[in-house]
Write a protein that binds this ligand. Structure first.
Ligand code: ADP
Ligand code: MG
Length: 702
């Protein structure tokens, strides 16, 4: 469905309330009351078969009886009547249904929900919900919800999957002084989902920052696509990241929450900034809706107190913007606005003697200086200074310089400081009551700019030839009733997609093994080949560094004996003889089919401790070179790849290219491959490449 109708749904010029009621306390009454209290300027048509007047408005018996056109219909009738109403609305040409009614997929009635969408979409009508609070827009004075009132005016828009939370946050906008233009309750996402609304808000004049509260996405890949295309900042709080939380979220709105790690990676790929918790969502939203992105890493901190300066310094490191010393020229200039005992390094400590003019001068200079990419100004309330005056000076300097560098502020103090904070926010400068919050806010602005600077565009390149070769291997395994490929087969698939695997051949007899070993060249590695033995070492099924004919014969017999002892019923294809790769750093590449995001790849330190250390990171396929390179730095073991303890750095280029190729392979074979891994991949020093020495593919169920 196209999104042309979303304007009618989220910014309607006329609205019908189906299930309108004259009884205070009923949702059908509250919605009408809210529309009136919000001073909605469009037409309001209450629909009720028996009433004639609701809050002074003329009532229509059904939607067909309404004289003019209707953009949106807010539906509050019981679930069993919703289908019929959807049909009537469709006939009337209503653009969107705001279905407040609950009792659909969240209570196991997915069938009802599917029918609702089918009925509406038949007429080109879009469905928001069901099971929602409604939708609100300050720009349109439109409170089409049963939330208490329009939020504090502002430049962000929030999409919330939780209705209760939306109501609570609506009220909190006033106490927290974070303003919103639109609040959209998205509920069961039967039709309109996050991706649709992100696309809508990207075009919406009233929205400068798109904030999301997510429990679980339905179509992860579409979400990534729409968020990546957005030029406006998109920030998300994902609930259900603990194992227990994930279960709670799933039962909550009837959607499945994907693995926390995969969500984190997908957000990065989508260019979505993450919020750690509700407070963080508010604080970062405030910064992102008021200030531009921070184009480089050079953060300067100005302060009048050493303590808050140190706290801010700690926070800078924590949030990924470690402080650097200010260049000499900048320091010289700063020295002019502080006493002898001040510090011009970074943080620049103006000392407790700093008054309004010093703040004005140093903020002015800092914003002008070409080294500075972003500025955090800290202030500790003192007996000699007036917080509101300091705030005024900061604002004045910012306006006068006016070069679009981001600025965040923290005032620590009492009522006067709080009033100054509120004033700054009203005047477009994010201000907070703790230094770490100001730093965190500017870190969000840095993340926003960074996300849009790199990341690259992932390209999926179908590979017809590789696919054909792979499908032949897969078909053979399926014909034998197997859903696991042997290492030899999996390597054939990997090889077809250009992954560097060790040359491997199957020996059915001892003599054959000897012949193959001679061809490959000593030393060789020998391994059991059996679809029933997937972890070959566990079965004593791997012999490395087999050096001559006698050793081959010995290894052949030992491996066979071990395998039979391990699993007497195992169907043994023979023994793989393969080239012995030189020692290298062991890493793992793998893939799974994520329920939300589809084919997803994993990278981490390999070897026997993978399961224990869980030092792995994910990306949804396809993967850009830039994101593949990022993966190498994300694991805790990153220093090992960079070359720890005197070892030469590993071949990052080869690793990056292999990750991209692996992702491409997994996406090309998405209908066939459920899970796979290359464990280990031996990575050599720079310029020397890597080798996949073990391969595994589990097929999809068909
Ligand atoms: P599995 O994981 O099924 O136990 P592998 O094929 O991964 O079996 O082999 C176990 C270990 O043997 C690997 O982790 C690796 O250290 C080593 N190894 C396997 N194949 C080779 C090879 N071709 N060259 C060098 N070392 C190898
Ligand atoms: Mg292995």
């Amino acid at each position: 469905m196209d999104n042309n109708h979303l304007n009618g749904l989220l910014r309607p010029k006329s609205v019908a309330v189906v299930g309108a009621s004259a009884t205070p306390g009923k949702i059908g009454y509250t919605v009408i009351d809210n529309l009136l209290k919000g001073k909605y300027e469009g037409k309001i048509y209450p629909i009720n078969p028996t009433a004639t007047d609701i809050l002074g408005l003329k009532v229509y018996p059904d939607i067909g009886a309404v004289p003019g056109t209707v953009d949106a219909a807010i539906i509050t009738v019981p679930a069993k009547l919703v289908l019929e109403v959807a049909e009537e609305c469709g006939k009337k040409g209503v653009k969107g249904l705001i279905v407040i009614t609950s009792g659909f997929s969240e209570v196991g009635r997915k069938d009802l929900e599917d029918d609702l969408v089918k009925t509406a979409n038949k007429y080109g009508t879009r469905v928001l919900g069901p099971n929602i609070v409604g939708t609100l827009s300050n720009s349109d004075h439109f409170n089409g919800s049963f939330a208490p009132g329009l939020p504090l005016e502002g430049k962000a828009s929030l999409i919330s999957q939780s209705g209760a939370l939306l109501i609570a946050l609506d009220a909190a906008t006033y106490t927290r002084k974070v303003g919103f233009d639109k609040l959209v309750s998205i509920g069961n996402m039967s039709d309109v989902d996050f991706a649709d609304i992100i696309e809508f808000l990207e075009e919406d004049d009233g929205t400068y920052c798109i904030s999301l509260y997510i429990e679980g996405l339905k179509d992860g890949r579409r979400f990534i696509e729409s968020a990546r295309k957005a030029k406006k900042p998109v920030i998300a709080l994902k609930a259900g990241v603990s194992a227990h939380g994930a279960a709670a979220a799933a039962s909550h709105t009837g959607s499945l929450a994907g693995a926390a790690k995969v969500y984190g990676s997908a957000f990065k790929q989508a260019g979505v900034i993450q919020a750690a918790d509700l407070n963080d969502l508010f604080n970062r939203t405030l910064a992102l809706s008021l200030q531009p992105g921070m184009q480089g890493d050079n953060l300067l901190i100005l302060t009048n107190g050493g303590g808050v300066g140190v706290l801010a310094t700690d926070a800078a490191e924590k949030y990924g913007l470690p402080l650097k010393f200010a260049p000499a020229e900048l320091q010289t200039e700063m020295k002019k606005h502080m006493p002898e005992f001040g510090s011009s390094k970074n943080p620049v400590d103006l000392t407790g003697m700093a008054g309004t003019e010093w703040y004005y001068d140093s903020v002015h200079y800092a914003l002008t200086d070409k080294w500075v990419d972003g500025l955090v100004v800290l202030y500790c309330e003192t007996a000699m200074t007036n917080p509101m005056e300091i705030a005024g000076a900061i604002k004045r300097a910012d306006v006068e310089v006016g070069n679009g560098k981001p600025l965040c502020v923290s005032f620590v103090g009492g009522e006067k400081s709080d009033a100054a904070i509120a004033w700054l926010v009203e005047n477009g400068i994010p201000a907070f009551n703790a230094p770490d919050l100001a730093v965190n806010a500017i870190a969000a602005l840095r993340e926003y700019a960074k996300i849009h600077q790199d990341g690259g565009t992932p390209r999926f390149i179908p590979n017809e030839k590789a696919r054909k070769a792979s499908l032949e291997v897969i078909a053979k395994a399926r014909a034998e009733g197997r859903n696991a490929l042997t290492e030899i087969e999996a390597k054939q698939v990997f090889n077809a997609y250009g992954l560097p695997v060790t040359v491997t051949s199957l020996a059915k007899s001892e003599d054959e093994a000897v012949k193959l070993a001679k061809e490959i060249g000593y030393p060789v590695v020998m391994k059991i080949v059996s679809p029933e033995i997937l972890h070959k070492s566990d079965a004593g099924g791997v012999k490395v560094n087999v050096k001559d004919e006698a050793a081959v014969r010995d290894a052949f017999q030992t491996i066979m004996k071990n395998a039979k002892a391990y699993n007497a019923d195992a169907n043994i294809h023979g023994i793989a003889v393969q080239e012995m790769a030189p020692w290298g750093t062991e890493v793992i590449l793998g893939s799974t089919s994520d329920p939300t995001f589809g084919p997803t790849i994993m990278f981490g330190l390999g070897g026997i401790f993978v399961e224990v250390l869980k030092d792995v990171t994910f990306r949804v396929t396809p993967v850009s070179e830039e994101h593949a390179a990022e993966m190498l730095d994300e694991i805790r073991g990153a220093p090992i790849i960079r070359g720890a303890r005197g070892e030469a750095p590993r071949d990052r280029k080869a690793l990056t290219r292999t990750i991209v190729a692996y992702a491409n392979m997994i996406l090309d074979l998405r209908d066939e491959v459920a899970e796979s891994d290359a464990n280990p991949v031996l990575v050599y020093e720079e310029g020397k490449g890597l080798k996949v020495v073990d391969a595994r593919i589990i097929l999809t169920k068909k």
